[in-house]
Ligand binder design. Structure first.
Ligand code: WTA
Length: 658
């Protein structure tokens, strides 16, 4: 029996892993899919034909926009492309909240559940579209009364509770620009972001639950606000009822603030290209970049991709298990699903709390039909084993999804067999904070290859370029996007030069994604990780240089180099090589102190797994630390030619690190 099982398992894996063998989605899924319906309506027969037709991007995005958005005033032009700036739906008057909320009111959908909320301790809430609408309006009115106007920035530092989408929508409704800071980030990371965008108001909560403990968000916010001159008010939602420090001049309880506010609030009619939000993401320098997204194109991009890739229908229960503090949550927990009038699940806590079957319990309880998560989470559940899954009925699931990093075939197979019970296609979606929407992803009609994000979404033109900018096949190269897309970032907040430099300077008029990829003979893309100095830890982007700056800000550190090392669960983990200042004694305790120091500076996700002390770091003659060489040495790989280094002997230091 055991042997038989093993044989059978090997068989499936062998079949699925062989690159040439395609995995075809079940016929009923194909036939009933949203995309198939659209193809029928447009006289398109095959997937290939769809991709071909959609190469006329203005026609394609103009056409699909009709199914998902309602303009106040229609666009005069679909696209104006002045590289590196694209304006989509030029001249349209719009507000994304009109589609996310307003349009559902007065229709039967107003009584449909928008969010099922499951708190970590097991408390639950259910918000219909009408509930959400009223709460958003009340908060929007409150913000207005505090003097928040169109174009003002509002910082939001909230955990995974319904008040997070409510706060975002309230800002958008009145034309203010929200900037959500992930609740796992530190006070200093929050401060840096608030100051960069000059937020007028910050919205937070007392504390929230994580792994059975309470995280004191208000206290952290206070720390951040010690040096944040632009902030006039801090709105505090009561999540746990904890006592919190209070600044009478500045702080306001959410509940008191909205109590007497009207339940209606007029939605600000914006230009389709007015900014909707800023979301900071890591880059190759120490300072995070404020990626700006806009109302119109973003709405079309996220709603269309969600509708097609995850095939959202009226009776689906959608669970995107990301945090709203990242782009995945912005696009696919808040804006996309609400525009489509979908029902989503929001879960506050840790995936394995109190037991490793919490997620499977939630799927069973809410009869989730589509689950979207990351390879890191899948590997975590793999580690706990199938027994935890088997305790629950997962037969409601129809589709699965993956995002954040390349999914290794072992995780793909495990996910496919144990969660999808060999019934549910896995949608591996490649995209970025900057792209706002899925870029390379299958549709439910696309034959899959485990480990490949398959082909670009219709209307997206991607390639793999060699150093000279020629498209290449069957070899690793730079992933590029050739044509603009609707949810494309507007730029970086207050830093146009860096925007041009980062994406548009490598190849003329072509967007450089920063990922290495390979395109196979069938035109399938295989993502291989970042090409630049950005780490991918548990699917989260962390700049090597950000961690290095955090380390160097410690009074005992002279220099630091940070590299990523393969990690079984996290994909990649952070390893730091540190040169101490003259006279400082290395010690185990100091290593701990440095790890903690980074956690305080940036948040726990950036805490290095390993800290090593060295006397010197390999550098170029111009003084640039050679992370590539350090990494090769640390991983026991060939370090290549070191003759151009200023101090080749420092390479051996890495091997001698203590
Ligand atoms: C990586 C997350 C492989 C990639 C939505 C990208 C992926 C970065 C995938 C963006 C995937 C995301 N396969 N790699 N399906 N999805 N990535 O901005 O390196 O947090 O550049 O957006 O994550 O991370 P970000």
């Amino acid at each position: 029996m055991v042997i038989e099982m093993a044989e059978e398992k090997k068989d499936t894996i062998a079949v699925l892993l062989e690159e040439k063998r395609l995995f075809h989605p079940p016929e009923d899924i194909v036939e009933n899919s949203n995309v198939k319906k659209w193809m029928n309506e447009h006289g398109i027969e095959t997937y290939e034909e769809l991709l071909e037709k959609a190469k006329d991007i203005e026609w394609f995005w103009g056409e699909v926009s009709k199914d998902v958005v309602n303009w106040y005033e229609p666009p005069k032009k679909i696209l104006e492309w002045k590289p590196p700036y694209a304006e989509w739906f030029v001249g349209a008057k719009y507000n994304i909240v009109h589609d996310a909320l307003d349009k559902h009111i007065g229709t039967p959908r107003e009584n449909k559940v928008a969010y099922y909320f499951e708190g970590e301790p097991g408390d639950t809430r259910k918000l219909t579209y009408k509930d959400l609408y009223v709460r958003v309006n009340k908060l929007a009115n409150a913000l207005k009364d505090l003097g928040v106007k169109k174009g003002d920035r509002v910082g939001i530092y909230l955990p995974m509770i319904p008040e997070l989408p409510i706060a975002m929508l309230a800002c958008a409704k009145i034309g203010a620009i929200h900037s959500v800071v992930f609740s796992g980030f530190s006070a200093l990371a929050l401060r840096e972001r608030i100051n960069d965008c000059g937020a007028k108001v910050v919205i937070t909560c007392d504390s929230f639950y994580r792994r059975g403990k309470k995280v004191p968000l208000k206290k952290q916010t206070d720390e951040a606000l010690k040096e944040a001159p632009s902030v006039e008010h801090c709105i505090v939602y009561r999540r746990t009822g904890d006592e919190v420090p209070w600044n009478k001049e500045r702080d306001l309880w959410w509940d008191d603030l909205i109590k007497d506010k009207p339940e209606e609030c007029e939605t600000e009619k914006m230009d389709a290209n007015d900014p909707l939000f800023i979301l900071y993401t890591s880059g190759t320098t120490g300072k995070p970049k404020g990626v700006v997204h806009r109302h119109g194109g973003y709405a079309v991009g996220v709603a269309t991709t969600l509708k097609w890739v995850f095939d959202i229908k009226d009776d689906d229960i959608w669970w995107c298990a990301a945090d709203i503090g990242w782009i995945t949550g912005h696009s696919y927990i808040v804006y996309g699903p609400l525009i489509l009038g979908a029902t989503s699940v929001i879960y506050e806590g840790a995936p394995d709390y109190p037991k490793p079957d919490r997620w499977w319990e939630i799927i069973d309880k809410y009869k989730v039909t589509i689950l979207y998560t990351s390879p890191t989470s899948i590997r975590l559940f793999m580690k706990y084993g199938e027994e935890w899954v088997k305790k629950h009925d997962l037969s409601s699931l129809r589709l699965l999804g993956s995002v954040g990093e390349p999914i290794n075939p072992e995780a793909w197979i495990w996910y496919y067999k144990n969660i999808g019970k060999e019934r549910c296609p896995i949608m591996d979606t490649w995209w970025q904070t900057e792209t706002g929407q899925f870029m390379i992803a299958p549709l439910p009609i696309t034959p899959l290859k485990p480990g490949s994000a398959t082909k670009p979404f219709p209307g997206i033109q991607a390639e793999v370029f060699d150093a000279e900018g020629k498209p290449i096949k069957n070899a690793g190269g730079n992933l590029v996007i050739l044509k603009p897309w609707p949810a494309m970032l507007k730029g970086f907040y207050g830093d146009p030069e860096r925007y041009k430099q980062t994406y548009w300077s490598r190849y003329p008029n072509v967007y450089l994604a920063g990922d290495v990829a390979r395109k196979d003979d069938d035109g399938y893309f295989w993502l291989q990780g970042r090409a630049d100095d950005v780490l991918n830890v548990s699917g989260h982007r962390i700049g090597n240089s950000e961690v290095e700056s955090a380390l160097v800000s410690h009074p005992k550190v002279a220099e630091a180099a940070v590299i990523g090392k393969p990690h079984e669960l996290k994909g990649e983990c952070i390893v730091a090589y540190v040169v101490l200042k003259e006279g400082v004694e290395p010690s185990k305790q100091l290593k701990e102190e440095l790890r903690e120091h980074v956690a305080i500076q940036m948040g726990k996700i950036a805490r290095p797994d390993e800290v090593w002390f060295v006397k010197d770091l390999p550098k170029t003659r111009s003084g640039k630390i050679m992370r590539r060489v350090i990494r090769a040495k640390a991983l026991g790989q060939d370090v290549g030619d070191t003759s151009t280094l200023a101090n080749p002997e420092a390479v051996e230091e890495i091997a001698r690190a203590t």
